[in-house]
Each structure stands twice: as structure tokens, then as C-alpha cells.
Design a protein around this ligand. Structure first.
Ligand code: PMP
Length: 458
């Protein structure tokens, strides 16, 4: 049934009660629940319906999980088929027809050169579990303990993944500069900034007194998501591949958020054409249910039986939902669609920047889009960009919600408004999302920050 046909009576009072109970019972670490005080009861495609009867356009998509939006018919059908077949739902890591079909479909989507010699390890059930497995895999295979990771990275919340993430302060991780145009650590941006970032990495690795633990691998997000939607330049990705390959350092591509068409290619490594040694995958591969795997070169498969285990490695419903999602994205060329529509949306957002000085930067790849909000009135001559404006970003998120639009906040300073719509987004829906966003921005942004309208009046 379509959300529009909802027969559920609106229950604003029930919504308030549930939200109050949640704030009393759930942990202080809860996140989205604070900034998005809604109680979803029904959802389809881009739309979520709250217990209060209001409808929202969901551009959070389960933090980038829902490639096909909520409750896509092919996903529901795949889940029902397993349920109706009497197949076991829990099988540890035993072989099943459902798992066999999922693996076949997943391998069919991978770059051919990578898939040819690949092995898969089912981890479970979250992205962070697969990151842990990847780190353990390369440590076992190389006998080295160190890890190379980037400023602004996000790889998950378990100990190893957290160590590799940008906020960590200790561990065996060496932090390398991730190139960024807008807040370039070298003050140059562009190709020059990326070149300097690569050169820093190269000299550090070759410096006998560099003081870094011998690296078992280098972990990289082809587009930093939580770090503020920062696409890695393709040429820099190729440099990272070359630098690691010549030093026998396995390269781990964390495609947890960028995978399954999100960035305009089925896998984001395809933009640069690099062949990683390990790929980490989760989120969209489970078609909205928990599933996480690593796929890696068979040369790295040196661990012993049981070296990596986990009770929930065999989620049959997730594999069925995931296989259906992967096939749908492939057959309907949704990666290409994400590239075209994403470019158009970026263009319109850049038009908005012409009339709002609080928009410092608009960036992204495919349907992974970020709008960095800044305080244009604070002038720091030493800084390459105005200071970030996290309070304004939060205000824009609130104003979006008031207008029935769910957006995400990210970035190093929580100053980036993020859009992660489903890849099934129609042109009309994209226009509605951008209209609401523009309206919310105008409401949150005081008139002192508005530029004279010299650009397109999007
Ligand atoms: N890697 C990346 C790139 C991510 O974006 C995330 C989640 N946002 C993770 C790993 C961790 O995934 P999970 O939250 O499922 O553990």
C-alpha cells in the first residue's frame, strides 16, 4: 500500500508519549533520535509517515543504506519468498541457496579484475564488523601491526574501526592527510593540494625515522561520508594505489557508504579505476537489513579456520533482500541515474550558494551530496575558508523537518548538511527536496548573510 493511502489515524498524542518515553529510557548516546523527533510508523520509497500523520521526504535513507528507498516491492517480495519457502533463517556460515545467489550477484557487480581472484568473508552484522575483519585480515597476512588511515575518516564504532577513524587519539594508526579543496591543510586546494597530500604520505612511509609502526594496510573511503562528503580525487586515489602497491601494503577500500551506485558508479573505486586488495561492504548490500562482508584478493586468505567468526554471519533475509537490491540497481542502471541526477542537484545547490553567503561549499558525487555552512561574517585572514557554522546547520535541519524533509548533518565540525536520497528518486521528488531545502535555508539563514542575487535564482 502506498503511504498516501494510509489508513492509520494520526496520533500526535501517542507520538509525544513515545518520544518522551524514549528520552527517559534510551542512552545519552542516542543520535538521530535527538535531532529528528519523529516516530515513523509506515514508509514507502522516499516517504516516511510519522505517528502524528505527517509525511516526510527521507533524504537520510538509513544513513545511506536504502538504495531503493523504504520497502521497495522487489525487496519485500524477496523477503516474503524466503519466509514462505520454509528456509531456515539462521544458519551461521553454512551454505544455502540464498547465500549462493547473493554471492553470485555481488561478484557480478564487482570490477572484473578484482572479482577474478576474490574471496568473501561474511561478517556480521554491521559495517564496523567488516572493518574489523579487514584490519585483522591484513594484519594476519602481512604480520605487521600498524595501519594507515586518514584525517576525517569514519569506519565505525568498535575498537579497531574507531582507532582508524579521524576522531581517535591513540592506537597503532598513522594518520595521513585526506585531500580536500575547501579546507585544504596545505592552503592550496585542487590538484596541488592532493599532490602535496600524496607526497606527505610517500615521504613518511620512506622515512626510516618517520616513527610509524610498520603498516599492515591502508584504509580509505573513496568519498568521505561522515567526514563531510569529501570525494577523493581520482588521480590521488591512483597515487595511493601506486604508493601502497610498490611497498606491498594492502589497500582497503571502505565502500560501506559509497557502494551500490550511491556515488554514480556501482562501486566508488571504479571512478579512479583502482583495484583494491580488500573491499568493505555493508549498508545497501543488505537491502535494508543488516549484512556486512569483506571481499579480498585470495593471496591475503592466510587466516586459520575460525580466525574470524560471528553468530550472525548468515542472515538469510538480508542476503535475499540484498541480492534483490543489487540486481535491481544493476538492471535499472541506477548508478548512472545517480550520476546524472546528482550532478543536476549539485548544480541547483551551487545556484543557491550564489544567493546565500552562508553556503561555503557544495560538493559530492552522485547522490552523496553535502552543503557546508559557514559563518561568512567572521574574518580570519589565516584561514582558507570561513569558520564552520554547526548551529546554523542544526537550524537548517530543524527547518527542513518542519517542512517535511529529513536531512543528515555531518562533517568534522557538524557544519555540513547531507543529502543521501534513494537512487530511485524521481525528477519531481528531487525538485520537491530542493524546494524544501531552499525554503528551510532561507528561514534559518538571517538576512545579513544573504548575497545580492547575482546568480541564478534557484
Ligand atoms: N564505514 C563507513 C564509511 C561508514 O560510513 C560507516 C557508517 N556510517 C561504517 C563504516 C560503519 O558502519 P556501521 O554503522 O554499520 O557499523
Amino acid at each position: 500500500m502506498d503511504v498516501a493511502e494510509s489508513a492509520l489515524p494520526a496520533q500526535p498524542a501517542a507520538q509525544e508519549v513515545i518520544l518522551r518515553r524514549q528520552s527517559l529510557r534510551e542512552s545519552a548516546a542516542r543520535t538521530y533520535a535527538r535531532s529528528l523527533p519523529i516516530v515513523p510508523v509506515r514508509a514507502r520509497g522516499l516517504t516516511i509517515e510519522g505517528a502524528d500523520g505527517r509525511r516526510y521526504l527521507d533524504c537520510l535513507s538509513g544513513a545511506g543504506t536504502l538504495a531503493l528507498g523504504h520497502n521497495h516491492p522487489v525487496v519485500l517480495e524477496a523477503i516474503r519468498k524466503v519466509l514462505d519457502s520454509g528456509a531456515p533463517l539462521h544458519v551461521l556460515d553454512l551454505a544455502t541457496p540464498v547465500k549462493d545467489a547473493f554471492t553470485t550477484e555481488l561478484f557480478a557487480t564487482l570490477p572484473r579484475q578484482f572479482a577474478e581472484n576474490a574471496r568473501i568473508q561474511f561478517c556480521g552484522p554491521a559495517g564496523t564488523d567488516a572493518v574489523e575483519a579487514a584490519i585483522k585480515l591484513v594484519r594476519t597476512a602481512t604480520g605487521r601491526a600498524g595501519l594507515l588511515a586518514f584525517t576525517g575518516a569514519y569506519h565505525g564504532m568498535t575498537a579497531g574501526a574507531l582507532d582508524a577513524s579521524g576522531g581517535a587519539t591513540e592506537g597503532r594508526v598513522t594518520r595521513l592527510p585526506f585531500p580536500q579543496n575547501y579546507r585544504c591543510p596545505f592552503g592550496t586546494g585542487g590538484e596541488r593540494g592532493a599532490e602535496l597530500a600524496a607526497r606527505w604520505t610517500e615521504t613518511l612511509l620512506d622515512d626510516p625515522k618517520g616513527g610509524i609502526p610498520a603498516p599492515a594496510g591502508l584504509i580509505i573511503e573513496p568519498v568521505q561520508g561522515e567526514g563531510g562528503v569529501i570525494p577523493a580525487p581520482d588521480a590521488w586515489m591512483r597515487r595511493m594505489r601506486e604508493i601502497t602497491a610498490t611497498r606491498s601494503i594492502p589497500l582497503i577500500a571502505d565502500e560501506v557508504q559509497t557502494g551500490v551506485g550511491r556515488t554514480g558508479a556501482f562501486w566508488a573505486v571504479e571512478h579512479s579505476g583502482i583495484v583494491p586488495d580488500v573491499m568493505v561492504m555493508s549498508k545497501a548490500i543488505g537491502g535494508s537489513l543488516p549484512l556486512a562482508v569483506i571481499v579480498y584478493h585470495s593471496d591475503l586468505d592466510t587466516w586459520q579456520p575460525g580466525a574470524h567468526a560471528g553468530t550472525f554471519r548468515g542472515n538469510q533475509l538480508a542476503m535475499a533482500a540484498g541480492a534483490a537490491t543489487l540486481a535491481y540497481v544493476r538492471e535499472h542502471r541506477l548508478a548512472e541515474r545517480a550520476a546524472t541526477l546528482g550532478a543536476r542537484m549539485l548544480g541547483r545547490l551551487q545556484g543557491l550558494a550564489a544567493t546565500h553567503t552562508c553556503i561555503g561549499d557544495v560538493r559530492g558525487r552522485g547522490l552523496m551530496i553535502g552543503v557546508e555552512l559557514v559563518d561568512p561574517d567572521t574574518d580570519d585572514p589565516c584561514a582558507t575558508a570561513p569558520p564552520p557554522a554547526p548551529a546554523l546547520a542544526a537550524a537548517v535541519q530543524r527547518e527542513c523537518l518542519r517542512r517535511g524533509l529529513i536531512v543528515e548533518i555531518g562533517g568534522r565540525h557538524a557544519g555540513v548538511v547531507r543529502l543521501l536520497p534513494p537512487l530511485t528518486l524521481t525528477d519531481e521528488q528531487a525538485a520537491a527536496v530542493l524546494d524544501r531545502f531552499a525554503d528551510a535555508l532561507a528561514a534559518a539563514d538571517g538576512s545579513p548573510h544573504r548575497r545580492n542575487a547575482t546568480g541564478p535564482s534557484n
